[in-house]
Design a protein around this ligand. Structure first.
Ligand SMILES: Nc1ncnc2c1ncn2[C@@H]1O[C@H](COP(=O)(O)OP(=O)(O)O)[C@@H](O)[C@H]1O
Ligand SMILES: [Mg+2]
Length: 481
């Protein structure tokens, strides 16, 4: 077995993907952060502690073998696991694959035990000293004291196998951004990554979470506030690095309702704000924007209704990456200067889903249908103003789209079979917050930083503060997230 050098990378080294060294195995480790001298060590510690804390139930229920060691029976999954282990020389010495835990559009994620945890610098892991040795040494048969066991609680990781069909630049982008985000609160850190030929795997701390569909209907308003505070904490950190996540949705925010903690994952579509951007009229002063919109309207105006037969206007190109139903209006209108505010809209859609108890809330087949869904809520008048904001036009003859649409209150009451009643005060506060997240104009939409100061996101804080006195050290750290 290869000797293992402590530390899985150094903070000051820029993030680079190494080329295969000709003399060694075809597996390369990608540099990742060692937070030793990081200003944010404490935050990283909180996160690491959370990761492990999330697994405590497993570890305590069965010290040497996790209760997650269930036998994988699906022959296809077994075959995939075998293939993964074979394609990375030395994989079996480093990790023990346990099971498949997720399958997304761009990857398959497995749970694994980190077998060489002790050989590396895990300074980010607060639990590392507590977990190292088993309690008192036992007497062996001949009366001599047996050596203390070096066994400790198993440490779990998530092995994200990125599909080989993903472009190298996309894979690099995801790992590079994760590297930049090391130490960010409520963002799942990257431990390390490996490459073998065209296959890349990212290693992340395993975070125990529940399926959103299993808990969102039962959330109280305080539960919603705690969930969103965790999500907005992650967004505030990501946005402060000028990074747009682009794919905020429940499956990318791993949340454990039992511990009320969450982490943001999946930076596969993330990008830096301003990257590959062209100016959009939405960033121009109002007066100039109105003038431009009027000129454009005249130019595009067909003589007798309808649309020009030969439309010579160039088609717009803009990043539309994201998930149907969670795309902000400016993404649908192909704004060429999108900002971090697109994530806030998506977070708003999650809140709307929880408040209305409908998942998915928006269920469009394409972007045009998505616009129709949004227009149904906001009315065609505001939708036209939104289109104009990005130099576009919005016209519809669909009779169900009214001029003023519906209020969120009415939609929530209707979808939860309470039509004719009034929303209780705490839910009204949640709706106030929702309106700030789902502002059609991104410049008026609340930022993540501002959101964290909103009255709605203060709900449950006292509860947490009270809880602090009663809980153990682990919980204290957990609550910082
Ligand atoms: N660190 C982690 N801990 C536990 N489960 C994870 C972790 N990372 C990802 N997963 C699971 O795998 C799924 C897919 O991961 P994700 O990073 O979103 O990949 P994709 O780009 O394929 O969507 C997630 O929805 C989640 O269920
Ligand atoms: Mg995902």
């Amino acid at each position: 077995m290869e000797s293992v050098v402590p530390g899985r990378g150094h903070r000051d080294q820029p993030f680079t993907i190494h080329e295969d060294a000709p003399s060694t195995a075809d597996t390369e480790m990608l540099e990742s952060a060692s937070p030793e001298d990081d200003d944010n060590v404490e935050q990283m510690d909180d996160m690491a502690d959370d990761m492990e804390g999330a697994d405590d139930e497993d570890q305590e229920s069965d010290y040497s073998a996790s209760s997650d060691d269930e036998v994988v029976e699906d022959p296809y999954v077994l075959q995939d696991m075998e293939k993964l282990q074979n394609s990375f020389p030395g994989f079996r010495e480093k990790y023990r694959l346990i099971k498949r835990i997720g399958e997304g559009t761009f990857s398959t994620v497995y749970k694994a035990e980190d077998l060489l945890y002790d050989d590396y610098d895990n300074s980010w892991d607060l639990d590392r000293d507590n977990d190292r040795y088993a309690p008192p040494p036992l007497r062996s048969g001949d009366g001599a004291e047996a050596q203390p066991s070096r066994r400790r609680k198993p440490k779990y990781v998530a092995v994200k196998k990125i599909y080989v069909t993903s472009s190298p630049s996309r894979i690099f982008n995801e790992l590079d951004l994760l590297h930049d985000l090391r130490g960010c609160k409520a963002v799942c850190p990257l431990i390390t990554a490996f490459r073998s030929a065209d296959q890349v795997i990212a290693i992340l701390p395993y975070f125990r979470h529940a399926d959103f569909r299993d808990y969102f209907r039962d959330m109280t308003v305080t539960d919603m506030a705690i969930y969103l505070r965790s999500l907005f904490t992650a967004l505030a950190s990501v946005h402060s690095h000028n990074i747009i996540h682009r794919d905020i949705k429940p499956t990318n925010f791993l949340y454990n309702p039992a511990t009320r903690r969450g982490v943001l994952v999946d930076f596969g579509l993330a990008e830096r704000e301003g990257y590959d951007c062209k100016p959009c009229v939405c960033h121009e002063p109002m007066a100039r924007r109105m003038k431009r919109a009027a000129v454009k309207k005249l130019a595009a105006m067909p003589r007798k209704g309808g649309y020009p037969r030969d439309d010579t206007r160039p088609s717009r190109r803009a990043n539309r990456a994201g998930t149907r139903g969670f795309r902000a209006p400016e993404v649908l209108f192909k704004c060429t200067e999108q900002t971090t505010k697109i994530d806030i809209w998506s977070a708003g859609v999650i809140l709307l889903t929880i408040l209305s108890k409908r998942f998915p809330f928006f269920n469009s087949a394409d972007d045009v249908e998505a616009m129709i869904e949004i227009a149904t809520i906001f009315g065609w008048h505001r939708m036209q103003q939104t289109a104009a904001l990005h130099g576009c036009m919005f016209e519809t003859t669909i009779p169900t789209i009214g001029k003023s649409g519906f209020s969120f209150e009415a939609i929530i009451l209707w979808s939860t079979n309470r039509s004719g009643k009034e929303l209780p005060e705490d839910e009204q506060l949640a709706v106030e917050f929702l309106k700030r997240c789902m502002e059609l104009d991104p410049s008026k939409r609340i930022s993540a930083e501002e959101a964290l100061r909103h009255e709605f996101l203060q709900l449950g804080l006292e509860q947490e503060a009270e809880g602090k006195g009663e809980t153990g050290d682990d919980e204290l750290d957990i609550l910082k997230v």
